[in-house]
Write a new protein. Structure first.
Length: 274
C-alpha cells in the first residue's frame, strides 16, 4: 500500500488512524477557528494526527436558499488563517476546475465531493497540482469502480491519493454503508477514509434540506475502524442544532474524545492485520 504524507502525518499501511474533522461549512471565521482549536486539543491529548476540515462553499445544497458558506476567496483566506493559527493541515471541497489553482495554494488536501467523483477534468486538474487528492466515492458507485478514479489521478503523475467511503444510496432519502467496501477499496493500494457523519445523512430527507441520524455515528465509526480504515472523517460542531449545514448528522464536540478513545483502542487491535 502507498503511504501518503499530509503535513507531519503519514497515513496508510500499518500507521495509526488519523482524523479529519471540523464543521461542515465555514459559518464565520471565529467560530470555525474555535471548533478547530477544540478538536486539535482533543487530538493532541490522544496523540492522533489531525487535519482540519471545513467547506468554503457547499455547492450541492438541496435548496437554492440554503447557506453555502463565504465562497472561494474569503473562505480560503479563513482557512489559511486557521492553518497558520493551529499549525495543522487543512482540507476543503472543490467543485469546479476554476477553483483548483487558488485552492491548491492553501489546502493540503483537495477534496472531490462524492457527486463529482466521475468528473474527469476536475479530478485530473486537482491531481496536476501535486497536492493530496481525497476522492469521496459516489453514492452511486461500487467500491471497485474507484480504480477508474485512481487511474485519472495517476495520469497526472500523482500518487497522493485518498479514497473516502460516505455511504451508498439505499432507496429514497437513505444511505447504507457496506463495510465490505472498505477492504475492497483498500485493496486498490491507497489509504481509505471513512466519513462517519455523512454516512448517517438522510439526503433530502427534510424536503428542502437533508437530515440525519447522529445516533449511529459511533456505531458505524467503530465498525469501520474494526474493518481496518486508515483515517476517519467526522464533521463536528459545538452546537449542531445551530449549524447552518448538516446539523442533524454532525457530532457534538463534547462527544468526540470518548469516541476517539474507543476508536484508537480498536485500531491498535486491528492494525497488525492491515
Amino acid at each position: 500500500m502507498k503511504h501518503v504524507s499530509i503535513g507531519p502525518a503519514t497515513v496508510g499501511g500499518q500507521q495509526p488512524i488519523a482524523l479529519i474533522a471540523g464543521p461542515c461549512v465555514i459559518e464565520d471565521a471565529q467560530r470555525t477557528l474555535e471548533i478547530g482549536k477544540a478538536v486539535k486539543a482533543i487530538a493532541e491529548r490522544l496523540g492522533m494526527p489531525y487535519i482540519f476540515k471545513a467547506s468554503f462553499d457547499k455547492a450541492n445544497r438541496s435548496s437554492f436558499n440554503s447557506f453555502r458558506g463565504p465562497g472561494l476567496k474569503e473562505g480560503l483566506s479563513i482557512l489559511a488563517h486557521i492553518k497558520k493559527e493551529l499549525a495543522v493541515p487543512v482540507v476543503s471541497d472543490i467543485h469546479d476546475v476554476t477553483q483548483v489553482e487558488a485552492a491548491a495554494e492553501v489546502l493540503d488536501i483537495l477534496q472531490i465531493p462524492a457527486f463529482l467523483c466521475r468528473q474527469t477534468d476536475l479530478v485530473y486538474e486537482a491531481a496536476l497540482t501535486g497536492r493530496v487528492v481525497n476522492v469521496k466515492k459516489g453514492q452511486f458507485l461500487a467500491p471497485l469502480d474507484m480504480k477508474n478514479v485512481i487511474s485519472k489521478i495517476l495520469e497526472a503523475k500523482n500518487e497522493k491519493i485518498l479514497l473516502t467511503e460516505r455511504g451508498f444510496s439505499f432507496g429514497y432519502n437513505n444511505l447504507v454503508v457496506d463495510m465490505r467496501s472498505l477492504p475492497i477499496m483498500r485493496s486498490l493500494g491507497y489509504p481509505v477514509v471513512f466519513d462517519a457523519t455523512h454516512s448517517v445523512q438522510l439526503p433530502g430527507g427534510a424536503g428542502t434540506t437533508s437530515t440525519g441520524q447522529r445516533e449511529f455515528v459511533a456505531n458505524l465509526a467503530r465498525a469501520a475502524v474494526a474493518s481496518g480504515v486508515d483515517m476517519l472523517f467526522m464533521e463536528v460542531h459545538d452546537n449542531p442544532a445551530e449549524a447552518l449545514s448538516d446539523g442533524p448528522n454532525m457530532l457534538y464536540i463534547n462527544q468526540l474524545e470518548d469516541l476517539l478513545k474507543d476508536l484508537i483502542a480498536l485500531d491498535q487491535v486491528v492494525r497488525k492485520h492491515k
